[in-house]
Design a protein around this ligand. Structure first.
Ligand code: A2P
Length: 336
């Protein structure tokens, strides 16, 4: 059986990656409908060697599609997801618009596939934040074995998480600064080239940013456990593709380090770097593939049940496109 698939945000960084991933993973696509705003309607997108014209989402009839994957930001999701869902199309949404809605499942297929069933409530499934996805793949096996009291996490996030314009801003600033030309910033709140910025998204009332609160709320929702305390600091770094995370967690029961390593070795979607003097990095390992790499797994010398690890993954792939295509794969495998 084949499925007609619409991609909203098809001209964007993640939208293009979704289309590539559908082809790479041989998703059974009948017709592909690339959608964007009127700005880029009429452009061509390549899919399996064919040019397909981008359509204006405003004029699109969603009853033509079985599945729609949205990656055009929260505003577009809030506007079009219910229109698509009401037309009988199942929406997999990459924005943060629906992630905290208790009726809408928030799914990482390797971690909480059972939640997918709730797609029936609204015909909408939310794809988690990129930082949450890689965190979940690394901590879920440990959570299952020992429980987790608390997670401290510092993220080092690539500019591609903020879209195509953000990638262009890092490239332009870098070139300008290296040629002693003046630079300006439009996408990021401060200079991102040769700098790190401890702010992603807006600030909230408690002093954390929205990006940080996404990691807190999404982690608890995916684990189905609001007793897991999460304390994130989300930082933007001048890397194009691939998020890194320094994770410090405290288990509920005493853990055995060798057992933790064996769990990570077996964990789906995860590759453990075994050499204690080696480690994965965003650019040399994660960028361009779908694996979540875990390294520097070691006991915390400051806490008896503390555990440290370093986790990297391509934010546009497993952090966004791949996870949403995997959701679509599970959906057709189990329910359609
Ligand atoms: P467009 O090319 O028409 O602007 P990125 O995250 O790389 O910046 O890409 C964002 C994607 O989301 C683009 O494909 C963009 O389309 C699309 N998009 C953004 N806002 C809207 C909207 N209001 N309606 C439809 N598509 C949108």
């Amino acid at each position: 059986q084949q499925y007609n698939v619409a991609i909203l945000g098809a001209t964007g960084l993640v939208g293009r990656q979704i289309i590539e991933t559908l082809a790479d993973r041989k998703f059974p696509v009948g017709s592909l409908f690339p959608l964007a705003s009127s700005r880029s309607a009429g452009e061509d997108i390549k899919f399996q060697g064919q040019d397909i014209e981008v359509q204006d989402v405003e004029l699109f009839d969603f009853s033509q599609a079985h599945i729609a994957i949205f990656s055009a930001g929260s505003e577009a999701s809030l506007k079009y997801a219910s229109i698509a869902a009401d037309a009988g199309c199942i929406v997999i949404d990459n924005s943060s618009a629906f992630r905290n809605d208790f009726e809408i499942p928030l799914v990482v297929p390797e971690v909480n596939p059972h939640s997918l069933e709730d797609y029936r409530n609204r015909n909408i499934i939310a794809n988690p934040n990129c930082s949450t996805i890689q965190l979940m793949l690394a901590v879920k096996p440990i959570y299952d074995a020992y429980g987790i009291d608390r997670i401290n996490v510092c993220t080092y996030q690539a500019v591609s998480g903020a879209g195509k314009e953000a990638v262009d801003e890092l490239a332009k600033q870098t070139a300008n600064l290296m040629n002693a030309r003046p630079m300006d910033n439009q996408v990021f709140p401060k200079q991102i080239a040769f700098n790190v910025i401890p702010q992603i998204d807006d600030f909230t009332e408690n002093g954390y940013t929205k990006e940080e609160m996404k990691i807190v709320n999404e982690t608890q929702k995916i684990l189905g456990d609001s007793t897991v305390a999460v304390n994130p600091t989300a930082v933007r770094v001048p890397v194009f593709f691939g998020h890194s995370e320094a994770i410090h967690l405290e288990t509920r029961m005493p853990y055995d380090l060798e057992h933790v390593k064996s769990l990570l070795r077996e964990a789906p979607g995860v590759e453990l770097i075994e050499d204690e003097h080696d480690y994965p990095t965003a650019v040399s390992d994660a960028s361009g593939n779908d694996t979540v790499y875990v390294g520097r797994v070691r006991a915390d010398i400051s806490h008896p049940q503390g555990l440290n690890m370093w986790v990297v993954s391509d934010n546009t792939r497993k952090g966004a496109a791949t996870n949403s295509v995997q959701i679509a794969e599970k959906l057709i495998e189990i329910y359609l």
